[in-house]
Each structure stands twice: as structure tokens, then as C-alpha cells.
Design a protein around this ligand. Structure first.
Ligand SMILES: C[S@@+](CC[C@H](N)C(=O)[O-])C[C@H]1O[C@@H](n2cnc3c(N)ncnc32)[C@H](O)[C@@H]1O
Length: 241
């Protein structure tokens, strides 16, 4: 197999996102995951940084109805990690389509395997920077929900500029939500939870719903942080205007 289709090209830093919310990492794939990419990517994968490979609407946005083969409420998950919770949620919600975008290739492959094992038809897996996809490919007002669970493993204040839940990113995500759509996030760091609350509450388009995990399965990251004694805080906000 050639690694070519999975070469991650970072978009040039634009005016809206001078820093990335992730550190590019290289990890060995292993045989099962490499094999999963070869078998499953053509039917289930989306090369986020190669727009020419996307099904596109006349306006040039990602044509999600063609991608999923149906028109259904669309959930975007940013950073599913290895995808266990993603696959569990997609199983619970067959009436919704779930586009999970991950920048870490073993996670992409891991989720593809879980999708295959569970026989899920409502999941597609993007490889690359989810914010790039949102900016370039998702039409305004079209998402039913945006999820980012434990998006940032960096608790230190000096990392705050890299955080996903930052005003510019939130404004971008809110613009792509339908009115009434939800943005959901979770963190295991109390200070980051506080910052997330402030940033989300500060967006003029959002109102708080509750701090309920609302059926969210335990994620792999959460399991590790719980073992280290840190409890998760969930936040749910709704687009109201
Ligand atoms: C701490 S992990 C949590 C993974 C998973 N949600 C869980 O709870 O187990 C954060 C994940 O978000 C991914 N990530 C961060 N920023 C991203 C972005 N802009 N686009 C896509 N993935 C991103 C990272 O690669 C990483 O896998």
C-alpha cells in the first residue's frame, strides 16, 4: 500500500487559525489497521485536505447526502480518538449520520474497523483537521450537532492558544450549526471546563442547555483520566440565533 492517499497536508496558516489544535504525531499503524485502511477507506473515508476527492454540491461544499447515501441529520465529531465512543453513539442513533474527523491516522483506522465490526452505515471518517473541513466544506446552518469530547489533553495555561474551544473556533462551528442544533464538549480539567463555559456562554449565538453527559458513552481518554482521579465535566449549548 502506498501512504500517498493519507499524506496529511496541513493547510497554510490562515487568518482564522494561526495555531493548530493538535500536535501531528506519527505512530505505527500495525497490520490490522493498515489493512483496514486499504479495505475500508475507499467506501468510508474522507480526505479532508483533498477537496478534489470529495463529492461536492454545486456551491463547492461537501455533499454530505452523497457521502452518506441519504439525507439525515448530520453530527460532526471532532477528534474521536480511537473511536470507541463514536461507534457506540452511532449504534444508538441510526437515524443520524456521523462524520468523525481525526488527525491521528491510527485513530482513523481504528474507527474504520469498529464501523465494520458493528456493521454501521451511518458513519464516515475524515482524516485531517476538522476545523479546515468545517471552514472549507460545511455549509452554514447544516449541522445538527457538533461534538468534541476531551478535545485537548493540555491542561497548562500556556497551551490555551491551542485549545479547540476558543472564541474564533466556536464562532466558526456555531455558524455551521442549524438553529436549535447543539454543541457538546467534555473535559477532565476543571480550569479548562471553566474556560469552555466562558467561551461558549460568550458566543452570541449560543445558550447553555445543561451539563448532562446525556447518554455519552465513556470515552477511551475519559477512562484513563478517571483512573487518574479526574472527573469529567460535560457541557451542552444550543444555537439559538
Ligand atoms: C485527548 S484526545 C480524545 C479522543 C476521544 N475524543 C476520547 O475522548 O477518547 C483528542 C483527539 O482530538 C484530535 N484532534 C484535536 N484537534 C483536532 C482537529 N482540529 N481535527 C481533528 N482531530 C483533532 C487529536 O488527534 C486526538 O485524537
Amino acid at each position: 500500500m502506498t501512504s500517498e492517499p493519507f499524506a496529511l497536508q496541513h493547510p497554510a496558516a490562515g487568518p482564522y487559525e494561526p495555531l493548530h489544535t493538535f500536535h501531528p504525531r506519527r505512530s505505527p499503524l500495525g497490520r490490522d489497521r493498515a489493512d483496514a485502511l486499504v479495505r475500508l477507506w475507499p467506501g468510508l473515508g474522507l480526505a479532508v485536505h483533498d477537496e478534489t476527492s470529495w463529492p461536492r454540491t454545486p456551491s463547492g461544499a461537501l455533499d454530505t447526502a452523497t457521502l452518506f447515501g441519504r439525507a439525515a441529520p448530520l453530527v460532526l465529531e471532532i477528534g474521536p480518538g480511537m473511536g470507541e465512543a463514536t461507534a457506540a453513539m452511532a449504534t444508538q442513533e441510526p437515524e443520524r449520520d456521523l462524520l468523525a474527523v481525526e488527525v491521528h491516522l491510527p485513530g482513523v483506522a481504528g474507527l474504520l474497523l469498529l464501523v465494520e465490526r458493528a456493521g454501521l452505515t451511518n458513519v464516515r471518517v475524515g482524516y485531517g483537521d476538522a476545523l479546515h473541513l468545517v471552514r472549507t466544506g460545511i455549509e452554514a446552518g447544516t449541522l445538527d450537532e457538533v461534538r468534541a469530547f476531551f478535545p485537548d489533553p493540555w491542561p497548562k495555561a500556556r497551551h490555551h492558544k491551542r485549545r479547540l474551544v476558543a472564541p474564533d473556533h466556536v464562532r466558526l462551528l456555531v455558524s455551521r450549526l442549524r438553529i436549535g442544533g447543539l454543541i457538546r464538549t467534555a473535559t477532565d480539567w476543571p480550569s479548562y471546563a471553566e474556560q469552555m463555559r466562558m467561551v461558549l456562554a460568550g458566543d452570541p449565538g449560543l445558550e447553555p442547555v445543561d451539563e448532562d453527559r446525556a447518554g455519552r458513552p465513556v470515552t477511551a481518554f475519559e477512562r484513563k483520566s478517571a483512573a487518574a482521579g479526574r472527573a469529567a465535566v460535560d457541557l451542552r449549548f444550543r444555537r439559538v440565533r
